[in-house]
Design a binder for this molecule. Structure first.
Ligand SMILES: Nc1ncnc2c1ncn2[C@@H]1O[C@H](COP(=O)(O)OP(=O)(O)OP(=O)(O)O)[C@@H](O)[C@H]1O
Length: 301
């Protein structure tokens, strides 16, 4: 479990984080969402102990990352946004070197390395130098390293950025597997559709402050729907008035858009057909997380 408690961070006079608090429970997948520069990476670097907070603290399974860093760090795995490793070393050799920090002998480390390389999809690339690794491969390598001691908590920073569809699927399935195993998983992402597909809860950060933390159910409830209809002819004032009962109506030629749609598609079709209209196309657009995200950000301005 991760507990972020009143964390603030300044870079010179600029306050990047302002009293950030939220938890990630065991068996929970939490999405961390915000615009560029909102403070996601800074939060994550503080959580994993590579950047000290100026105020507040982070507890990892109860251990403080500030006062009990050794113990706390062992309990968390991290895949950074842009993993940086020694470029001129063969991947498996570097893995073995890093595994030494966890007290593994080189025999144990080689055998674990082979297993983890296979698990993260790097079989066959064990003896390539890290400089020959693509961005996606580096992320997989960082993942293998973070899995050395099978920690109960994971943080992924924009892990999907720059990955191909197969890589995206791999990390999505992995995050779900970790959740099933009872691990806590925090992941920041710009790809809102991916966050929506796997998160149990979303924490929204804006200009260094947490502006909300909502479960996916709450997000779905808050989200508005939009119905777009293409008719065989331009609608009359009379029918437009009737459609206004179902949301905010706008017309462009023979296209009707109903924002904040609150009805059933079938009743709309029935209404139009009964009034002599031909419905060429009907499309319900649900942009739930994106909608809620911009609504929340808008409220802050
Ligand atoms: N080492 C640093 N020195 C000075 N300013 C920094 C430093 N690191 C981050 N910042 C600033 O802190 C703010 C938050 O940055 P951070 O990288 O945490 O944002 P982010 O939400 O991860 O953004 P992105 O989505 O673009 O990765 C930004 O304004 C950034 O310029």
């Amino acid at each position: 479990m991760l507990e972020i408690k009143g964390v603030s961070k300044w870079f010179g006079k600029f306050q990047a984080l302002n009293n950030i608090s939220f938890n990630v429970n065991n068996g929970e997948l939490v999405g961390y969402v915000g615009l560029n520069g909102a403070g996601k990476t800074t939060t994550i670097r503080i959580i994993v102990g590579v950047l000290p907070p100026d105020k507040g603290d982070v507890l990892i399974d109860g251990y403080s990352i500030t006062y009990n860093k050794r113990q706390a760090s062992k309990l968390i795995g991290w895949v950074p946004e842009l993993p940086i490793f020694e470029p001129d070393v063969k991947a498996l050799d570097y893995f073995v070197y890093l595994a030494g920090y966890y007290g593994l002998s080189s025999r144990e480390a080689y055998s674990l390395g082979k297993k983890l390389f296979e698990e993260v999809g790097l079989s066959g690339a064990e003896y390539k130098k890290l400089q020959e690794y693509s961005q996606g491969m580096k992320k997989r390598f960082a993942l293998a390293v973070s899995m050395i001691n099978d920690p109960p908590n994971f943080v992924f920073d924009e892990v999907l950025n720059g990955l191909d569809p197969e890589g995206i699927k791999f990390f999505r399935e992995l995050a779900k597997k970790f959740k099933k195993e009872g691990k806590s998983v925090l992941f920041s992402s710009h790809i809102l559709s991916e966050v929506e597909a796997i998160a149990d809860r979303v924490v929204f950060i804006h200009k260094g402050r947490i502006i909300n933390s909502l479960s996916m159910q709450e997000i779905k409830r808050m989200a508005s729907k939009k119905l777009v209809l293409s008719l065989g002819q331009t609608p009359s004032h009379n029918i437009v008035d009737k459609l206004r009962e179902y949301g905010r109506v706008s017309i462009e030629g023979n296209i009707i858009t109903i924002e904040d749609f609150n009805g059933e598609q079938s009743s709309i079709i029935e209404l139009l057909v009964n009034n002599g209209y031909k419905v060429n196309e009907i499309k319900l657009v649900e942009k739930s997380l994106e909608d809620v995200f911009f609504k929340l950000i808008g409220e802050q301005k």
